[in-house]
Design a protein around this ligand. Sequence first.
Ligand code: PLP
Length: 389
Amino acid sequence: MEHPIYMDCASTTKPAPEVVKAIQPYLTTEYGNPSSLYEFGFSAKSAVEHAREQCASLINADPENIIFTSGATESDNQALVTLSEYMDKHYNKSGIITSQIEHPAILNTCKYLENHHRIISYLLVDKYGFVNLEQFENTIGGLTGVVSIMLANNECGTIEPIEEIAKIVHDNHAILHVDATQGYGNIPIDVKAMGIDALSSSSHKINGLLGTGLLYLDKSKFSDIEPFIHGGAQERGYRCGTENVIGDVAFGVASELRQKHMQEIIAHNTQLRDYLFTELLKIDGCHINGVNPLDGDNRRLSNNVNVRFDGVDGYRLQALLAESGICVSNASACHSGVKSPSHVLKALGLSDDEANSSLRLTVDSNNTLAECEYVVKMIKYYVSVLRLQ
Ligand code: PLP
């Protein structure tokens, strides 16, 4: 068995060989600035525009509505700050609704906005991680400007009912932003059919490169939105600064690969996920966190496994697996190193001990069934070792 075995694809993924090949010219000969008015510049510019089309195509967006960013964290910041400013300025709607299980990129931006005269409501979720739609309908109202709900959760993999949420949002003349960082390229997305006004995603979650993301913004709805980063005219003046040509090209190629192979990717990941769940649940005192796909419920990301083991410290389990060359997570990567129970698992109703006894395994096309068999064997062994201590 080759090491390390990498099963932490919700954190980041290995760049696809096609991505590595496609960026080579931009690392060597094609180093122009897309704003320059000579051939070097024109070819860089056309590479960025092609990448924009590839990303747009994956989510059925118009390319002019795609803004490249430095990652989903920036996209989330941009969306909440500029859209809430816009809704407040034009419609006196200063309220924002989000959920308790959002990524810190959303939750900490909300905290910042709370100190800048926005009123934030945090929706509860049920034991599977689904937002409480009844509470949502009771909360949304005339003062709600922006609603931000994630497409799929990064820890428990729960896929939220975005179409239903969009209908409620639009019935109340508000705007829907969706953090689709974990769903983009892993489940089909059609921003038009789903009623999504703004969407964040990130290249490094889909075998692209670290440090590139996008914000989809339906600009037909927001005519004079303020730029988030002021400067020159890049990204149509909305997000200024010389483009990350290499990152954008990588994101375009990674998106096209996901679009071409989505059904195969889902089928492959589902097979591994269901094998892992089936085998891990045979261990005494092992429980699923979130939706159980073995019951036929497909509202869970096909690449996400999150389980807990009674009486086991998930941090120690993760560390022992790491020593054996197995890369998994005991919470989301953004919490790694900070020993506090996951806010997502707590929102699902788990106690501190239950949340701290959890382990997340997230796979992609690079993983094999043989790796899963080995990982299950090692988890079984270390769970029994930790229970003896
Ligand atoms: N939103 C979600 C749901 C995520 O899972 C992540 C990263 O794990 C982010 C936002 C932040 O993405 P990035 O690493 O591109 O800033």
